[in-house]
Structure formats: structure tokens, C-alpha cells
Design a binder for this molecule. Structure first.
Ligand code: ADP
Length: 393
């Protein structure tokens, strides 16, 4: 069976999953973490056995060397030629890429140019692409963009009310991210349930980064992230929506540069900034239980923002059939799901306390008008499916 490798390259990590297609069987999966350090941790799982090693890994090329060695040494592949395609997660596709696309030198250059809009992600996505190009030169590479799934958002939802020339000059508009995850959530709801539950979906991806997406008949019609992944919900360290005038105000008062402000909004805000405790929901919940008032406030703001988006997107969809929670917090945090849903009774959302506590797939109460689901996301599978589709076309 032809094999496709899904790759998600971050600034200091590289996640991979090798699929036998079209069966979608996972052959081997793993993670190189702490790239650039002398104590980089490499873990992978093959045939039910987990392997772990710690070593110095200077850069992404060395990380990819480690991965390709493991693919061969473990027996997951006998020869590199078994891997026909490599799908790369790429954060920003801008206006040019509304679909996944085979990587050529021109596409690489475009991804590089789009780094302006996604400085934290596109450059490291490119490093992954270049490293695999060197080490698996015969495999075709495909870029699967976070933004593509949201290309169906109508202009009334993607335009900002700024002077029009900036849209024309710089492409300033809402793009949205986490597209692979929201696309997977739609495919799972559609696979498991009939049209009464799959036509109007709100998908809440609550991880360290977080976004909500309104999905109508399989298409994204609105999403909370914007021109960059900073907009929308309160995140681990990202602010989400703030009044834009706060930025020049702060810059003047505190004598901050644009880079300083960007750093504050992306790395010092969100749950961490508000609570002063941590970016991790678990730590903030614990601090709240210990009587920390700022932690309590941070969680109230976090939950309130999710509720606000769910209400707004119900209006966008003209109703709500299914509400889905996914990613780290969405999949594992019963108290957050409970708090979010507690104020949504007027939309017909009611959850079953025991099912919620157990992280069941279906946590809706028997008399809930809206189906409420917990679905583990699988961005890697969407990347593999998209790669197969591009290579077959
Ligand atoms: P990323 O957004 O980096 O891809 P994840 O989707 O895995 O990461 O989400 C990571 C976040 O999930 C952690 O920062 C943590 O806040 C949260 N998380 C993981 N498990 C739990 C849990 N049991 N309860 C609450 N939050 C959790």
C-alpha cells in the first residue's frame, strides 16, 4: 500500500505520522521535541511499542534525519521509495491558496513571502519542507494550509472595516486557522450522524491556541481567528479580541515598539496574562480551587468569550444542530465544557453531567435539542487525505 507521511513542523518540534493509504492505517507516529537543544527528546510508536531517546538535535534537518532513520530502522518502511507523498501543515496560504497544493519552488517562495503574515509559523513550516526535500527527494510534497478550509467564508464575514486600499495592497482580511482540525470535525460528524445533525455545526478547537468555527453544509462560514492566529478567543498566552486602540495607547504610555506590543499580545496575554499563574487550563483551574481570584477571573473571561462566539455563530448558521469540543482542553476538560454549556440552555444546549465527566463522545442530555459532542481532533489524517487527493488529481 502506498504510504503518506503527515508532517507538522513547529519552531522547536516536528510531529509526524505515516499512513498506509487509502486504508488510513497509522504505520508509525512520533515527535521530535526541543529541536535546537542538547537534550532533544525523540519519541515514536511502532506496532504498539513506544520508543524514547534523548540527544542533541541542532536543527530541523537533523530532526528529519532522526525521523527517516527511525522509519527505516524500525521496519516501518523497507525503502524510502515506499513513501509516495509528504503532506506538510502550512499555516498561512493567504489569498493564493484556497486548496492544498503540490510544493514547487514557486509555492515555496510564496510560502516564504506569506511569512510576513505568519512570522511564527510559515518560516518553520518551510524548514520542514526543505529538510524532507533533502532527505526524501523522491517523495512528492504537498502543502496543506490552515487557511484553506476557511476560503468559503463570505466577504461580509471576512472583511474588516478598514480603508479598502489595505485589503487590496496587503490582503488584510480574516483568513482563519486550525482549518485541518475543523475540517476533520465536520468529516466525523458527517460520517457518524445524519443531516439533522451535520448541516449546522459549531466546532470549538480549544488547545493552547483556540478557535471556533461555524460550519454550514460542510463549509466554513465564519471563524474566530482572523488575519493572524491572534484574534478571537482567549488562548494560553494570546489575548484574542481586544479593542485595537489599546495597542497605540500602550505603545505610547509604556514606550513600546510594534515588536514589543506583538510580543505582549502573543506571549504574555491570554490565560497567563490574566491569571498570572499559567497558560495551562489545568494549572489555572487548580489555582482557582485554591482560592486565587485572578485565576477565577481568567477562567470566567475565557469561558465567556467562547459562549459569545457560539451565540454569534448560531446566528450565522441560522440555528445550531451540533456543538463539538476538540483539542487539549475541549477533549479533556469536563469543567470547562460544563461552564461553557451552562449558559447555552436558551440555544437548546444541555449536557449530561456523567457523560461529560467521562469525556464521552456524546455528552448531550437526553432532552438536549442540540447534540453536544467531544471528538478528538486528527489534523494529521486530514493532511494525509488532502495529500492523497492532490497526488491523485
Ligand atoms: P496545541 O494547541 O499546542 O496543539 P493541544 O491541543 O494538545 O495543543 O492543547 C494543549 C492544551 O490543552 C494545554 O495547554 C492544556 O491547557 C490543555 N489540556 C490538556 N489536557 C487537559 C486537561 N485534562 N484539562 C484541562 N486542560 C487540558
Amino acid at each position: 500500500m502506498p504510504k503518506i507521511l503527515s508532517v507538522n513542523a513547529g519552531s522547536s518540534s516536528l510531529k509526524f505520522k505515516l499512513y498506509a493509504m487509502p486504508a488510513e492505517d497509522v504505520v508509525i507516529s512520533g515527535l521530535v521535541d526541543r529541536i535546537g537543544h542538547s537534550d532533544c527528546i525523540f519519541t515514536y510508536e511502532y506496532q504498539g511499542t513506544k520508543h524514547k531517546s534523548v540527544q542533541a538535535v541542532q536543527n530541523h534537518t537533523e530532526a528529519v534525519q532522526l525521523v527517516t532513520d527511525a522509519l527505516l530502522d524500525s521496519g516501518a518502511i523497507r525503502d524510502k521509495s515506499e513513501i509516495v507523498g509528504i503532506g506538510h501543515r502550512v499555516a498561512h496560504g493567504g489569498r493564493d491558496y484556497t486548496q492544498s497544493t503540490e510544493i514547487t519552488p514557486v509555492v515555496q517562495q510564496k510560502i516564504d513571502e506569506l511569512s510576513d503574515m505568519s512570522p511564527l509559523h510559515n518560516p518553520v513550516n518551510l524548514l520542514g519542507i526543505e529538510a524532507f526535500e533533502k532527505l526524501l527527494p523522491d517523495a512528492r510534497e504537498v502543502a496543506v494550509f490552515d487557511t484553506s478550509f476557511h476560503s468559503t467564508i463570505p466577504s461580509k464575514a471576512y472583511m474588516y472595516a478598514l480603508p479598502f486600499e489595505y485589503y487590496e495592497k496587503y490582503g488584510i482580511r480574516r483568513y482563519g486557522f486550525h482549518g485541518q482540525s475543523h475540517q476533520y470535525i465536520y468529516s466525523e460528524v458527517n460520517r457518524r450522524y445524519d443531516r439533522d445533525f451535520s448541516r449546522k455545526i459549531i466546532s470549538c478547537h480549544l488547545g493552547n491556541g483556540a478557535s471556533v468555527c461555524a460550519i454550514k453544509d460542510g463549509k466554513s462560514v465564519n471563524t474566530s481567528m482572523g488575519f493572524t492566529p491572534l484574534a478571537g478567543l482567549v488562548m494560553g498566552t494570546r489575548s484574542g479580541d481586544v479593542d485595537p486602540n489599546i495597542l497605540p495607547f500602550l505603545a505610547e504610555k509604556e514606550d513600546l515598539s510594534a515588536a514589543d506590543v506583538r510580543q505582549i499580545l502573543n506571549h504574555k496575554s491570554g490565560l497567563l496574562g490574566l491569571s498570572g499563574v499559567s497558560n495551562d487550563v489545568r494549572d489555572v483551574l487548580k489555582a482557582e480551587a485554591d482560592g486565587n481570584k485572578r485565576a477565577e477571573l481568567a477562567l470566567q473571561v475565557y469561558v465567556h468569550q467562547i459562549q459569545t462566539y457560539i451565540a454569534a455563530y448560531t446566528a450565522d448558521l441560522g440555528g445550531l444542530q451540533t456543538l463539538v469540543f476538540t483539542a487539549g482542553v475541549g477533549e479533556h476538560s469536563a469543567p470547562i465544557r460544563e461552564r461553557v454549556c451552562a449558559a447555552l440552555g436558551y440555544l437548546g444546549v444541555k449536557i449530561d453531567a456523567d457523560a461529560n465527566q467521562d469525556n464521552d463522545l456524546d455528552i448531550s442530555a437526553a432532552d438536549s435539542r442540540v447534540k453536544v459532542l467531544v471528538i478528538p481532533t486528527n489534523e494529521e489524517l486530514v493532511i494525509a487525505r488532502e495529500t492523497e487527493k492532490v497526488l491523485d488529481s
